[in-house]
Write a protein that binds this ligand. Structure first.
Ligand code: GUN
Length: 287
């Protein structure tokens, strides 16, 4: 038996279409154009690709895009001054500072300088706290995209055993909070977890967010489980540069009930959720 493939690319296109409708309505009814500012410091090639893609898709749904590309040696003060300006700018409803930042910049300090109402990444400490206590917050885009796909595929998630492999602030921890909010029984596993294979085999929902190419083989997957693969890892295969997930797709697809592919699974949903968060921020600012 082969698993159902959860098509994130198609789902993300539907989310973007809904965002575009909402943007058109905000323009027509309120004269408001939602705006997203993306800040990139340095020359990291993967970050440059993501930022270009975010800017392009922002324009495609009819929103305003403001790109700020700063050199590698930008000082903390220069970056904080830019964030202060964006916080005050009424045309900017969402602010995203692309991570990772160069080592001389303190990411926590920078992220926490963003106005929480414009923090479309949901990384500001007050949004983290609101999410953790089940209050209305900006929700980090990658876990939000994963949750939307799980809800779409399963409907009600309550009572399911969910194992999240990876404990990052960007994905693992907020993913666990969201699944808990949907009444799953949640375990966060990581590199020090004892008997990780058995832990993974207990999962009805297995979310892989470790950033290690094909680390989770099919025999760690419970038959019929839903596998969400957050990993985007570049590897050399037969002399070609290829993208693979954290899950070994070819073996897992034989065992799982449903699985997200890489590419075309979680990745497109992340940017779609960023656009949706920006519209949410614009609506809240307009109230
Ligand atoms: N770097 C990798 N993923 C993300 C993300 O979701 N947001 C930001 N700001 N940086 C990232």
């Amino acid at each position: 038996m082969s698993a159902a493939i959860i098509d994130g690319k198609e789902f993300a296109a539907r989310v973007r279409a809904r965002v575009a409708e909402n943007v058109a309505r905000l323009k027509a009814d309120h004269g408001l154009t939602p705006g997203l500012a993306v800040v990139l410091v340095g020359e990291d090639p993967a970050s440059q690709v993501y930022v270009r893609s975010k800017g392009k898709q922002t324009l495609e749904v009819g929103m305003a895009s403001f790109e700020h590309k700063l050199p590698d040696d930008t000082s903390e003060k220069e970056l904080l001054d830019l964030i202060d300006r964006l916080n005050r700018d009424p045309e900017v409803h969402g602010i995203l500072v692309q991570l990772p930042l160069p080592a001389h910049l303190d990411s926590d300090l920078v992220i926490n300088r963003i106005d929480p109402a414009k923090d479309v990444d949901g990384f500001h400490i007050s949004n983290v706290g609101l999410l953790g206590t089940g209050q209305k917050s900006m929700v980090p885009c990658t876990p939000l995209g994963c949750l939307m796909m799980l809800r779409e595929y399963h409907g009600d998630l309550s009572g399911m055993n969910a194992v999240v492999v990876g404990r990052s602030n960007i994905v693992g921890k907020p993913m666990a909070q969201l699944l808990l909010g949907d009444s799953c029984t949640v375990t966060i596993a990581h590199s020090r977890t004892r008997d990780l294979p058995d832990m993974c085999r207990s999962a009805d929902i297995l979310v892989a967010a470790v950033g290690r190419a094909e680390m989770i083989p099919g025999d760690w997957v419970k038959p019929g489980a839903t596998v969400i693969d957050v990993g985007i890892n570049r590897v050399e295969r037969e002399g070609r540069n290829t993208l693979v997930g954290d899950v070994h797709f070819d073996s897992a697809v034989q065992v799982a009930g449903a699985i997200t592919p890489v590419p075309g699974g979680v990745g497109p949903m992340t940017i779609a959720c960023l656009l949706a968060n920006t519209v949410t921020a614009a609506c809240r600012a307009n109230k």
